[in-house]
Design a protein around this ligand. Structure first.
Ligand code: SF4
Length: 282
């Protein structure tokens, strides 16, 4: 039986007004990147996107809000969006990605139909102060622990290509492993002229090596290649699966365009893999 590849889609439901200063992120207001900024995407539009994602074989649908964490108003909005999606497209596993979150807030999300919570460690604990000064890595780790304590599936990963060392990469992957997440999104830095980080896209061989390293450290997790796939791997992106990935994000990312999902379906099938139709398949 061929290896199954899981597809996940993301919806940026509140964009571009974050007061934090993560140097790789165009959603920080501090850098003035030229992106679309809005507070609340209309619920009907979110549901339409979820329906379209399912038609394109996504098994997961991620509701992302920019910002450090959840406040009461954002929590209500995400819960409302999750309930609406669950009602219309019950087959989708809903992932919420809303920054720092308390146990109580995470339980509220779970009660609204959210199945997983995404909160990335981003990089190693040591390197983190060099990419963000407005909150700590520890705080991120604690939110990941809260996710598990709330009974949600944890989705935590990071981003490569911020100028971190190999030691930092190994450290981040080991920290992720210590949390025993269900899935691990790996992002590759997508340079933007407005951002203070002037690093370039990682060379493809180095990026593939990072996927191999992640698979060696995380043998049982779903490893998902997320932002930066197109710009890093180009037409060689089917090689990510032989390197150890078994999931990708389809469609657009938060502030950058992704490739056509139909093209991704072809790419997966031509490389000899099968697209998973349900989230809990093996
Ligand atoms: S907290 Fe999240 S949205 Fe805000 S700048 Fe950092 S990565 Fe971007």
């Amino acid at each position: 039986m061929s290896k199954k590849i899981f597809l996940c889609a993301i919806s940026n439901i509140s964009s571009g007004h974050c007061l934090e200063d993560c140097k790789f992120c165009t959603q920080s207001v501090k850098y003035g990147a030229s992106i679309e900024r809005f507070y609340h995407k209309p619920i009907e539009k979110i549901v339409k996107e979820a329906e379209a994602a399912r038609e394109r074989f996504a098994v997961g649908f991620c509701l992302v809000t920019a910002g450090k964490g959840l406040d009461d108003k954002t929590l209500r909005f995400v819960c409302e969006a999750a309930e609406a999606v669950k009602k219309e497209v019950p087959e989708l596993n809903i992932i919420a990605c809303n920054g720092t979150a308390s146990l109580e807030q995470l339980r509220a999300l779970k009660n609204s139909g959210v199945g997983s919570y995404n909160h990335n460690l981003e990089t190693s604990e040591n390197f983190y102060p060099q990419i963000c000064s407005t909150h700590t890595w520890k705080e991120r780790y604690e939110t990941c622990e809260n996710v598990k304590n709330a009974g949600l599936n944890l989705c935590t990963g990071g981003i490569f290509g911020l100028g971190e060392s190999l030691e930092d990469r190994e450290s981040m992957l080991n920290s992720i492993a210590s949390l025993e997440p269900a899935s691990v999104p790996l992002n590759f830095y997508h340079p933007n002229e407005a951002l203070p980080l002037k690093d370039k896209t990682l060379p493809i061989e180095e990026a593939l090596e990072m996927i191999r390293l992640a698979r060696a450290i995380l043998p049982n997790q779903r490893i998902m290649i997320a932002g930066g796939r197109e710009i890093t791997f180009g037409e060689r992106d089917s090689e990510i699966f032989a390197a150890g990935a078994n999931a990708i994000v389809i469609g657009d990312y938060l502030t950058t365009s992704g490739s056509d999902p139909m093209r991704d379906h072809r790419m997966i099938e031509e490389a000899g893999y099968e697209i998973a139709k349900e989230c809990n398949e093996h």
